[in-house]
Design a protein around this ligand. Structure first.
Ligand code: BG6
Length: 494
């Protein structure tokens, strides 16, 4: 089966930080793939903007090597690449001064009819300056959109300030806050699974679900992002955004439609219903970890976090496990266990819904004990869904029960390339569809829940528990769930 491509209106994408890592690894490759699939309408342009002195030809050369490096070889097509490079322009601008802004304004030629998307692939400290200059240089109009990347702040107060800086010049309908997890194919599939099937929704509540696990495990360390990461840590980098967004999609009430605000209203209710964790209960509900030297499946022997970032005193967490609950009628009493970490055994993200055990087994003990049904939604790698059920072991020899998966691997079923999250999100910006973007009040609600946890950790003056690189986190994270008579799903098992 192949995907249906609906072209978007002509646009000018201005990528601030156009020569940076995100542009190189994700944005330019994603835009190329969308163009190759004929999703662009002429005349569309991509304008790199950054402080580096560079000609348009040099920017095209930069983009060409980015595609060579980050687009799968089977999608590198000389003709398509040449056409893509033709769409590129470059302007040297300084976010902190007026240098280059008149040139950018001239390039956009005051064309208010064309969609203009300003992608801020730069640090949050520049958001305010860029938004203000876009306004002052007449580039904010009804067809303009601004796209910002996480982290949106490092706590509630700074997030509010950043949102104010942007909100001074752009209306909320023009602000696209990216959480790239929402663009992942399987994350969107979660909505289809829940709301396009009659099967699951009647069971999707505390009467039938025992608990939910959300795991985002990474095998990589902090690599070249040490400075940023050491200030952020896993809680701000992953939990405040990606994991909470996943939790919202699992737990929200069915929205009345897939309209952006209908969906985001429901997600917001979940964020506001999360059971608070603070200095009174953080020890029972959270675990922090930091990796020490060990082995990585792909890199062999790897150093400790503190050696990697060369900060012996660092108490930054590279792993977090949290037990939380959602205080509403649907979910009261159902634990949600979240965990994420760097230097875990493999890269694997999944959501596991474990149903309650059957009330009574009719089979004798030789048949084996029925195991609770489990729905495993695998976000990456090998995107797909497995519904684990009990069946009779085939063959003669009496009744023996066996736990098997009904297996649907999306890659195998659809014989198509799983698009990168950015491909979907970048085009949604042009379409003006905010469903997969975080609204301001969601960001605020997420920080309101996260801030007291971060504060409790700081006040406790304790350090994260150590775990060996290549393992599933500190022993205390295993205890967090095993205390409740449950265990973490083994991510290598999918
Ligand atoms: C980013 C985090 O948002 O997500 C990174 O800043 C993390 O630390 C990355 O590695 C994980 O994304 P993905 O798509 O590789 O799972």
């Amino acid at each position: 089966m192949s995907a249906q491509i609906i072209p978007v209106d002509p646009f000018d994408y201005v990528v601030f930080g156009g020569t940076g890592d995100l542009a190189e690894r994700k944005l330019l490759p994603a835009l190329y793939l969308r163009m190759k699939d004929e999703q662009f309408s002429a005349p569309s342009r991509i304008i790199g903007a950054s402080r580096s002195a560079m000609s348009t030809q040099e920017y095209q050369a930069f983009a060409k090597q980015a595609l060579a490096k980050f687009v799968d070889i089977s999608y590198q097509d000389n003709e398509a690449i040449a056409a893509f490079l033709e769409c590129l322009d470059y302007v040297q601008v300084d976010a902190k001064s007026d240098a280059g802004w008149a040139e950018l304004e001239a390039l956009l030629a005051n064309n208010n009819n064309q969609i203009a998307a300003y992608y801020l692939a730069v640090g949050p400290s520049l958001f305010g300056d860029i938004a203000e200059r876009l306004h002052r240089f007449n580039m904010v109009h009804d067809n303009a959109r601004i796209v910002v990347e996480k982290p949106i702040g490092r706590d509630l107060k700074s997030a509010q300030a950043l949102n104010d800086d942007i909100g001074r010049y752009f209306k909320e309908e023009q602000v696209f806050r990216i959480d790239h997890y929402l663009g992942k194919e399987t994350v969107q599939n979660l909505m289809a699974l829940r709301f396009a099937n009659a099967l699951f929704e009647p069971l999707w509540n505390s009467a039938h679900i025992d608990h939910v696990q959300i795991t985002v495990a990474e095998s990589i360390g902090v690599g070249g992002r040490g400075d940023y990461y050491n200030r952020a840590g896993a809680m701000r980098d992953m939990v405040q955004n990606h994991l909470l967004q996943l939790l919202c999609l699992v737990a929200m009430e069915p929205p009345a439609s897939d309209d952006a605000d209908a969906v985001r209203d429901e997600k917001l209710k979940i964020l506001r219903a999360l059971k608070p964790i603070d200095s009174n209960n953080f020890e029972q509900m959270t675990v922090r970890g930091q990796y020490v030297a060990g082995a990585s499946s792909s890199e062999g022997a790897v150093p400790s976090y503190i050696d990697e970032i060369t900060d012996e005193q660092s108490t930054t967490e590279t792993f977090v496990a949290i037990k939380t609950e959602i205080e509403n009628w649907r979910w009261a009493g159902v634990p949600f266990y979240l965990r994420t970490g760097k230097r875990m055994p493999m890269r694997a993200s999944e959501i596991v819904i474990t149903f309650k055990p059957i009330p009574h087994s009719i089979f004798d003990k030789n048949a084996g004990k029925p195991i609770s049904n489990r729905l495993v939604i695998r976000l990456q790698p090998n995107e797909g869904v497995k519904q684990w059920i009990m069946i009779k072991d085939p063959g003669p020899g009496g009744m023996r029960l066996r736990h098997v998966p009904l297996d649907m691997s999306f890659a195998d079923s659809f014989e198509m390339r799983a698009p990168d999250a950015y491909e979907r999100l970048l085009m949604d910006v042009i379409r003006g569809n905010q469903t997969l973007f975080m609204r301001r009040d969601e960001v605020v609600a997420a920080w309101k829940w996260v801030d007291p946890i971060l504060e409790a950790w700081v006040e406790s003056a304790t350090s994260p528990n150590q775990y060996t690189s290549g393992t599933a986190g500190p022993a205390s994270a295993i205890a967090l769930i095993e205390r409740d008579g449950r265990s973490w799903h083994d991510v290598s098992e999918f």
